[in-house]
Write a protein that binds this ligand. Sequence first.
Ligand code: ZN
Ligand code: ZN
Length: 175
Amino acid sequence: MKINIIDDIPDEGLSLDLTEEGHALTELAGGKLEYSFTSPVAVHLDLTKTDGNVFVSGDIKTGISVPCSRCLNEFVLPFETDFSIFYTMGKEEETEKELKPGDIDVNYLSGPELDTTEMVLAQITLEMPMQPLCKPECKGLCPRCGADLNRGECGCPSEEKVDPRFAKLKGFKVE
Ligand SMILES: [Zn+2]
Ligand SMILES: [Zn+2]
C-alpha cells in the first residue's frame, strides 16, 4: 500500500498491521526472486513524522521457500526481521548529513508517498541469508556423483569427496 506521509500520518503517529502478498513482491522484483513465499507477508509498522521526515520501525514475518545452498533441496525458512528506517524528503545530495540519527538507515523520498511494498521487499532482500541451509548440519551433495549425502553414503571413495580447495594441499610436501 502507499502511505502519504503528509496526509496519512497524524501528529501522534500511526500504527499499522498489513499484509503484503508474495506475488506482488515477486512482481515488484521483476519476477526474478530466487525464493518464493509460502505464506502472506505479515507486516507491522509504527510511523512517526517530524518536519516532513518519517521514522518507521517495524517487523516482517513470513515463510520463504528457498533452495538449500548445500543440498539444493527446497525448504521453508521461517522468516522474521525487525527494522528501523528514517525517511526524508528530497535528494541525498541536497540533504544535510546532520539529519541522520545515529546509524539508522536513511532513505530519500522524491515525493510524499511511501510505498510499503517497496519497503518490505527491500528489507527482505537485505535480511535473506546469502547461503541458506535446510539444517545447520546439512551434509550437501557428493561432488563426484551428486548424491544427496543427507540420505546416506553414496559409495564414492572418500578421498574423492575432499573439497577441491583442500585436495590440492594433499600433494604438498614439507621440506
Ligand atoms: Zn541442505
Ligand atoms: Zn558420490
